[in-house]
Design a protein around this ligand. Structure first.
Ligand code: MF3
Ligand code: CO
Length: 295
């Protein structure tokens, strides 16, 4: 791959961002700024990770459907419901909006949504013999494809009478995402943001899953960069306006050790059987911070 620093673009040619303006009057100074970070040895985004205005609008429209699907789940979810019923709500609502549930058949995933209960960290598969019992906490992770644009967000639901201990896990994990959102600051690093998320979890006595994190998302389900929440400040990719990625820390009550279901090849569990929680938002980096696209 050609390094950013070595590229020479025609200053009078139309800008790569699709604005129709000449490069010298559009993204030239922006590219120069990125180049300086790259020369300092930092990981920087390729132009392919910086969305055009038209792409951003497409992702926004997809995200609106994703939010509406989760709102529909929120209005229907209750004690005694099977996770299969959640899957049916997601499928029906998504298709009614003219969209496609992104998980369905994704790398062989058999359902339209992930439903992860208690010690299930993520990628729980909906099933008609899995029920939401009184006191359980469940993550519902929705992803939508609309006109070729991808959106991705997830929420936790407290079912019936949830213990104080589990409620606190759900609440602190939500705060972790809010802190992540506040730390999406252009021209700082993903590692700065991820570390802030991690610190909040640790301060509350929890751990954060290391092996799975967030990702770029918009033109494909999973794009670069990988977004860690156990990162070091000043490392990982530079955040610049126009990037779109998810903030989705998985926070464990006990140890951060996890394992994968050997039979279904998907579901991830905590090694110690203690609860795990996750909230996920999809954000667009702006000139001043970020815009939450999906939540
Ligand atoms: N939001 C989840 C992720 O980004 C959705 C996974 S869907 C699955 O990993 F099909 F991969 F399970
Ligand atoms: Co995701």
């Amino acid at each position: 791959m050609i390094r950013f620093a070595d590229r020479k673009l025609d200053r009078n040619a139309p800008c790569w961002c699709g604005s129709g303006k000449k490069y010298k009057n559009c993204h030239e100074a922006f590219d120069e700024k990125i180049r300086e970070f790259e020369l300092q040895g930092h990981e920087v985004p390729d132009h392919s990770l910086i969305k055009t205005q038209a792409q951003i609008q497409g992702i926004r429209d997809s995200a609106k459907i994703n939010i509406a699907v989760l709102d529909e789940v929120a209005s229907k979810i209750r004690v005694g419901m099977s996770t299969e019923e959640i899957d049916e709500i997601v499928y029906r609502t998504t298709v009614a909006a003219g969209a496609i549930p992104a998980p369905l058949h994704y790398e062989g995933f058999p359902k339209s949504v992930c439903t992860s209960i208690g010690p299930e960290v993520c990628h729980g598969i909906p099933s008609d013999d899995r029920f939401l019992t009184d006191g359980s906490i469940v993550n519902v992770d929705c992803s939508t494809i609309y006109k070729g644009f991808f959106s991705d967000s997830s929420r936790m639901f407290c079912i019936g009478d949830v213990s104080e201990e589990n409620r606190r896990l759900v609440q602190v994990t939500k705060e972790c995402v809010e802190i992540g959102i506040r730390n999406v600051i252009p021209w700082t690093f993903l590692g700065d943001m991820g570390d802030k998320v991690h610190q909040h979890a640790i301060e509350n006595g929890y751990t954060v899953v290391r092996e799975i994190g967030g990702h770029g998302c918009g033109l494909a389900f999973h794009e670069d960069p990988y977004v860690s929440y156990v990162s070091t400040p000043g490392t990982e990719m530079l955040m610049v306006p126009g990037m779109v990625f998810t903030i989705e820390p998985m926070v464990n009550m006990g140890s951060d050790a996890i394992y994968q279901d050997a039979e279904n090849g998907w579901t991830i569990y905590t090694e110690d059987g203690k609860a795990s929680a996750q909230w996920e938002v999809q954000v667009l980096v702006t000139d001043t911070g970020c815009e939450v696209l999906a939540h």
